[in-house]
Ligand binder design. Structure first.
Ligand SMILES: CC(C)(COP(=O)(O)OP(=O)(O)OC[C@H]1O[C@@H](n2cnc3c(N)ncnc32)[C@H](O)[C@@H]1O)[C@@H](O)C(=O)NCCC(=O)NCCS
Ligand SMILES: Nc1ncnc2c1ncn2[C@@H]1O[C@H](COP(=O)(O)OP(=O)(O)OP(=O)(O)O)[C@@H](O)[C@H]1O
Length: 200
């Protein structure tokens, strides 16, 4: 039996960092942020719908999605974010199902790295939820630094997602990423050894 893990957590909590550690152990990762880029390639129906809903202004001259511009629009307006989610989440979910089925053939453990797993009600696609947690101040600092955002913009993005306290209600395992990378890696190794056991 294959075990499918949903790896989730707030923006800049450290999901990709955890995913990379698991990938290094040859565990397959399904990356929602990557899928959300693939489904909006030029010529795709999703990009067409986005430009119809948000105007051609959200396209660059070469026809690709101007992610920065669309991000600025949706993270400042809840209704617009909901509109974008309506367009994208169904397709992201379909890709999850397809890729999980493919990977199940050859793997006992699969990770679905999805920031909005809970918000998008995709919990049923996975057997277990691992939640990466950080204190809000650490999250703000890391997000400002990584995305070169003002504090105000970083807070807007954090507030566009479900609160950590709410997410904790769904989590089977909590990974604390408030300290350094070494501390994070120790937890990942512990989980692989003691919780997942011989699966990977
Ligand atoms: C708004 C967009 C264009 C911004 O692009 P950008 O390259 O700046 O960010 P990227 O896609 O790398 O996402 C970075 C992080 O933002 C957060 N985020 C992304 N989309 C959303 C959303 N709809 N609601 C809340 N937070 C989100 C996540 O924590 C994600 O890890 C892009 O995120 C997007 O198309 N989002 C809709 C698709 C989606 O919901 N993706 C998450 C899949 S579970
Ligand atoms: N323990 C840590 N110590 C210091 N920096 C860290 C730590 N963990 C992650 N980071 C940094 O914090 C930032 C956010 O981490 P990461 O990109 O893994 O988060 P994420 O949850 O995948 O983000 P997103 O939701 O936006 O996809 C990155 O710049 C990463 O290098």
């Amino acid at each position: 039996m294959t075990k499918v893990i949903g790896l989730t957590g707030g923006i800049a909590s450290g999901k990709s960092t955890v995913s990379n550690m698991l990938r290094d152990r040859n565990i397959p990762i399904i990356d929602a942020d990557l899928i959300s880029r693939q489904i909006v390639e030029p010529g795709s129906p999703t990009l067409h719908e986005i430009s119809k809903a948000f105007g051609c202004d959200v396209l660059k001259e070469d026809g690709t999605l101007d992610r920065k511009k669309l991000g600025n629009i949706v993270f400042s307006d809840k209704c617009k974010l909901e509109k974008l989610n309506e367009i994208t989440h169904k397709r992201i979910g379909e890709e999850f199902v397809k890729r999980i089925e493919e990977l199940k053939k050859d793997n006992k453990l699969i990770i679905v790295d999805a920031p909005l797993l809970i918000e998008a009600k995709m919990m049923d696609l996975v057997d277990e939820i691992w939640l990466v947690v950080v204190d809000e101040q650490v999250q703000i600092d890391r997000l400002m630094k990584r995305n070169n955002l003002s504090k105000e913009d970083a807070i807007k993005r954090i507030k566009s997602q479900m609160s950590l306290e709410e997410k904790k209600k769904y989590a089977h395992i909590i990974i604390d990423n408030n300290k350094n990378i070494h501390h994070l890696k120790e937890q990942v190794e512990y989980i692989l050894k003691n919780v997942i056991g011989g699966l990977n």
